[in-house]
Design a protein around this ligand. Structure first.
Ligand SMILES: Nc1ncnc2c1ncn2[C@@H]1O[C@H](COP(=O)(O)OP(=O)(O)OP(=O)(O)O)[C@@H](O)[C@H]1O
Ligand SMILES: [Mg+2]
Length: 306
């Protein structure tokens, strides 16, 4: 897993504004390996969705390029599936219709095979029984699940996900995070995912890209997730490096994302080689005061209920 599979090379995006142009972000560089799971975190409006749209080929950079497998991308491709922040379902098609439409554009197969593939992913996202419903009849979370089913069902090489789990209740979110993680690990898909949820990023990502506030946002740091690849939902937060990682990201969001330009002034910050950070364990807390015999007795009594 060492070769460069997808790379953002000097990408800038400007939008026309009254009298001039707004530079949303400038000279972004990032390389991803095949099979890697990358999350990007940054404040609202910094340009995350715009980056994802450029990776999807739905928007074009004002400067720079995105290279996938040695080729500059020119437009959308069936190899890159997108889960949109805004669902983007076909309103006149049912749940089955939306997912089957994507499957049929990926493979020319008999209708029953297409329906079977679509059904597999509708079941997986917990929408069994809602196949005939149209998007207008679905809740926000259900629409989001259709978007996830549609993206997974075409088994793309690259998954581009824009806050895919944000509208879901905690239980469904956890189940779908586990499923997406399992599918990506077993299929070797390369994933670029936007999230505002720090724990979600630490659970899912191999690397977490920290993006500064706009305008002229930059990729400030890449956090190399120190947690083991086979981490489990039930106890990843107990890993000795979990809090150091979480605190580093939260510190960035609270303070450094705003003041980053001042932080790097005169440091020769190289946007082409964004610093990689691997959080280390924080110093062990000072040992607790010894517990007295009477306190121990009290504890034991509470435990045994005596
Ligand atoms: N088509 C457009 N024309 C003009 N400005 C745009 C356009 N699309 C996005 N922008 C601006 O670019 C900036 C980045 O928008 P983007 O949607 O990428 O942010 P984001 O990081 O995804 O935010 P959020 O976390 O709220 O989804 C915003 O200031 C937005 O107003
Ligand atoms: Mg967005």
């Amino acid at each position: 897993m060492t070769e460069k599979f997808m790379s953002i090379e000097g990408v800038t995006r400007r939008f026309p504004a009254a009298g001039s142009a707004t530079t949303v972000f400038e000279d972004l560089w990032l390389s991803m390996r095949r099979g890697e799971f990358v999350c990007i975190i940054g404040h609202s409006g910094c340009g995350k969705t715009t980056v994802l749209n450029i990776l999807a080929g739905l928007d074009r950079p004002s400067a720079g390029a995105v290279i996938v497998d040695g080729q500059a991308i020119e437009g959308p491709s069936i190899d890159r599936a997108v889960i949109f922040q805004s669902h983007a379902l076909l309103p006149w098609r049912s749940v089955m219709g939306n997912v089957a439409y994507a499957v049929a554009s990926r493979w020319h197969r008999p209708r029953r095979e297409i329906v079977a593939q679509a059904q597999k992913f509708i079941d997986l996202v917990g929408l069994t029984g809602a196949e005939a419903k149209r998007p207008a009849e679905l809740s926000g979370g259900m629409k989001q699940r259709v978007g996830i089913a549609r993206a997974l069902s075409i088994e793309p090489k690259i998954m581009l996900m824009d806050e895919p789990f944000s509208a879901l209740d905690a239980l469904t979110r956890g189940t779908l995070q586990d499923e997406v993680r399992r599918i990506c690990l077993t299929t070797g898909q390369t994933v670029f995912m936007i999230t505002h949820d720090v724990d979600e990023a630490i659970y899912l990502a191999d690397r977490i890209v920290l993006m500064t506030n706009g305008p002229s946002a930059v990729f400030a740091e890449i956090v190399d997730n120190p947690l083991p690849k086979d981490r489990q939902r039930a106890d990843f937060h107990r890993h000795p490096l979990y809090y150091a990682t979480r605190n580093h990201i939260i510190d960035f969001l609270i303070a450094r994302s705003r003041s980053f330009a001042a932080e790097i002034a005169d440091t020769g910050f190289d946007r082409r080689h964004v610093p990689v950070v691997r959080p280390l364990a924080e110093p062990a807390p000072t040992p607790a005061a010894p517990v007295s015999t009477s306190q121990l007795r009290l504890l034991n009594r509470e435990r045994t209920g005596s």
